[in-house]
Design a protein around this ligand. Structure first.
Ligand SMILES: [Zn+2]
Length: 239
């Protein structure tokens, strides 16, 4: 698992990461971060202050359609320093330079979505957008109008930066979306999974390095996020 995760980091972010050696992630600009110890932790601890190793603790499922088990949220833990090294800090003035517009479904929508141009995010999202645009018209209701890309904000109910704050996430249309907080679950109560987003859409995003929030126990079915390291690690670990 550790070896696959380290290999996946180097494969996923060649622009930013030079190598992982002796449990240290070496960035091309000379910065370094500890990969971390990982191991058994509560879901809360993993989300609150994840080491890089913790981000791989729950493998991302490559198959689509299973209902996520309790607290299975692959990709929801983000090491803030790691993502700041990759994309910058949106609370700083020069962050805007890293953003670029991607035209969402050029034929069927044409709305512009702001995302990072670093680590190939914008190019990959443009490729996703073109492929989604070629899906049958019945799919457009799930995709447009999109609910947005870059947004410098913490995740609702937390002080942790959202994937949107790094410019790596996009929300498709809200019309058929489900989000675990919307039914206002009582603290500690089991969540009832809901999803209406067709598999074809998920497959196209995943092909280009985006994971889907519909594979989280804390589901967010309109949310897609550029996390190629999780998809690569999952493929490396396939039997
Ligand atoms: Zn989102």
């Amino acid at each position: 698992m550790r070896d696959a995760a380290m290999r996946a980091l180097v494969e996923a972010y060649p622009e930013a990461i030079e190598r992982v050696q002796d449990d240290i992630v070496h960035f091309r600009d000379g910065r370094r971060l500890a990969f971390g110890v990982g191991g058994d932790k509560s879901a809360e601890a993993r989300l609150a202050a994840p080491e890089i190793a913790d981000m791989f603790a729950i493998p991302y499922p490559l198959e689509t359609g299973a209902i996520p088990g309790a607290d299975r949220d692959p990709g929801r833990a983000r090491n803030a320093l790691f993502f700041e090294h990759l994309y910058g800090d949106c609370r700083k003035a020069d962050f805007a330079k890293s953003l670029v517009d991607v035209v969402w479904l050029p034929k069927k929508s044409g709305v512009r979505i702001k995302v990072s141009r670093r680590n190939g995010v914008a190019d990959r999202l443009a490729a996703v957008s073109r492929e989604l645009d070629d899906l049958p018209d019945a799919m457009t209701q799930f995709l447009a109008p999109p609910a947005g890309g870059f947004h410098c904000r913490a995740i609702a109910g937390t002080d942790r930066m959202s994937g949107h704050g790094y410019g790596i996430a996009v929300d498709i249309a809200t019309r058929h979306a489900h989000y675990w907080r919307w039914p206002m679950p009582k603290a500690g109560a089991a969540l009832t999974y809901r999803n209406a987003i067709p598999k074809e859409i998920v497959t196209i995003f995943e092909k280009h390095g985006f994971i889907w929030g519909g594979k989280w126990y804390h589901y967010d079915t309109m949310h897609f996020e550029f996390r190629p390291e999780l998809l690569i690690a999952a493929r490396l670990l396939q039997p």
